[in-house]
Design a protein around this ligand. Structure first.
Ligand SMILES: [Zn+2]
Length: 458
């Protein structure tokens, strides 16, 4: 059995092996194509997708008909703007009509993702095929920084591990090559066991949520734990990387951190190469736009816009001009790795929830509050919580050395960043719960969506 067959078996993707190989072979070649070749590929794939959507997806048939358009009216990437955006709410309201009629129920896999308002959004992948295709992209992305199939990996990214009640916080998967560590039990008393287990396992890579690997790194720093010599790189995704966080992790674990961006809707997938010049977008995966609140494209590299994506791989439920909750800016110039992929300079995920809104409706980015600061030296974890514009609650999990002086220091420093039109309330808690998907949030924003409407562009 070949290495790749073993992997496909482990992932339960045997029926979709041809889809995996087709995509993987394409990406091996296309990553070195010229910008023109990439665009020609996208236009070709877009034409095919629109033709399919028009013929088989009632929702899009209606969208075209209402505008007097035919798929042939879209001849290039800018023509795509003739079609309207698709929002989460529209998917929720039109789910049945968004499923392609030539995909019977048996070929669909139902998936959910977090909605902006907290209500999960459900939609469909093509069973097995979507996951196989995704793996081809992810593998290609990680190969850029040295990952190979046989490499051992640690997973520290919100997976659920069985038997934790018996003091076992890990389990292996992928024929013993991947060791999943629970992100829910990383307490001061358990972490020495985690570290021992990692050393024994001798992984080459760690796949992690930034927040989870930060907990490990901080513990290692505090207790002067030596870095793991076997680790070549840390692959971080699914959460925003905060200022100072990468430096902290790299400084303590003595290896580079690479970040990537993507989500369950699978319209955009982008990641760093070994040059770390921004997130290289896979043009083979989807067409990415950055748009202003009025829907027009952003200009230049200094303007941030909402990420809008058209997925080129999911024909079971095509997402055309899907408006994500995320914000980004373009990176300029070419990367020295030689790939001509467009790049994103910065990405702010689920951005509306990453802002504190003051009494005067002023949004304050959570990323502006530097994580790597001595203000939080005696704080184990923290989380902002807001449900009133006039007030933000700062929940703190204390470290043993925490005193009233820390409270005063935090109050003073945060007040400088928050300004005068919002009250800061500090509360002490025993732990900070993760979201049901195992993610850690620096801010729980409970203000109704309309509160930040002028910023959301919805
Ligand atoms: Zn590059």
């Amino acid at each position: 059995m070949s290495d790749q067959t073993i992997t496909a078996k482990a992932l339960g993707l045997v029926p979709a092996l041809p889809a995996y190989f087709k995509t993987y072979r394409l990406l091996r070649k296309s990553q070195w194509w010229s910008s023109r070749q990439l665009e020609e590929y996208q236009v070709r794939r877009l034409g095919k997708l629109l033709d399919h959507a028009y013929r088989n997806v009632p929702y899009y048939r209606r969208v075209f008909d209402e505008r007097g358009l035919k798929p042939t009216d879209i001849q290039n990437l800018s023509d795509l703007r003739k079609l309207p955006f698709l929002t989460k709410e529209m998917i929720r309201d039109n789910l049945k009509d968004l499923v392609a009629r030539n995909y019977p129920q048996g070929k669909l896999e139902y998936v959910t993702t977090g909605g902006t308002s907290g209500v999960p959004l459900g939609f469909y992948y093509e069973k097995a095929v979507s996951r196989a295709t995704e793996w081809a992209f992810i593998k290609t992305l990680w190969e850029r920084v040295g990952y190979r199939f046989k490499d051992k990996c640690i997973l520290l990214k919100g997976n659920v591990v069985a038997n934790t009640d018996r003091g076992k916080f890990w389990e292996t998967t992928f024929f013993g090559r991947w060791l999943i560590l629970s992100s829910y039990h990383m307490t001061e008393s358990n972490l020495p066991e985690y570290i021992k287990k990692i050393r024994e396992f001798r992984p080459k890579f760690i796949q992690a949520f930034p927040s989870a690997i930060t907990i490990l790194a901080k513990f290692m720093e505090k207790n002067s734990v030596a870095p793991f010599l076997s680790i070549k790189a840390i692959l971080c995704g699914s959460e925003n990387m905060y200022p100072g966080q990468r430096e902290l992790i790299e400084g303590i674990l003595h290896c580079p951190v690479y970040t990537w961006y993507g989500h369950a809707e699978r319209v955009v997938l982008a990641g760093e190469c070994n040059q770390r010049t921004g997130y290289h977008i896979f043009p083979e995966y989807g067409i990415t736009e950055l748009v202003r609140d009025d829907g027009t494209p952003v200009a230049g590299e200094n303007e941030t816009g909402t990420i809008v994506g058209t997925g080129l791989t999911n024909y079971a439920l095509p997402l055309i001009r899907y408006k994500t909750d995320d914000q980004a800016a373009w990176a300029s110039g070419d990367c020295s790795c030689g790939r001509k992929y467009p790049r994103l300079k910065t990405v702010k995920g689920r951005w509306l929830q990453e802002f504190i809104i003051t009494g005067n409706n002023r949004p304050i980015s959570i990323t502006a509050i530097n994580m790597h600061s001595d203000v939080f030296d005696n704080v184990a974890q923290f989380q902002f919580y807001q449900d009133r514009k006039e007030e933000v609650i700062f929940n703190v999990v204390k470290k043993p050395g925490y005193t009233d002086r820390d409270t005063e220091y935090i109050k003073k420093e945060l007040a400088r960043k928050l300004g005068g039109d919002i009250d800061l309330v500090i509360r002490f808690v025993d732990n900070i719960p993760r979201t049901e998907r195992g993610k850690y949030r620096f801010l729980i924003q409970k203000l109704p969506l309309g509160m930040g409407e002028e910023n959301s562009g919805q």
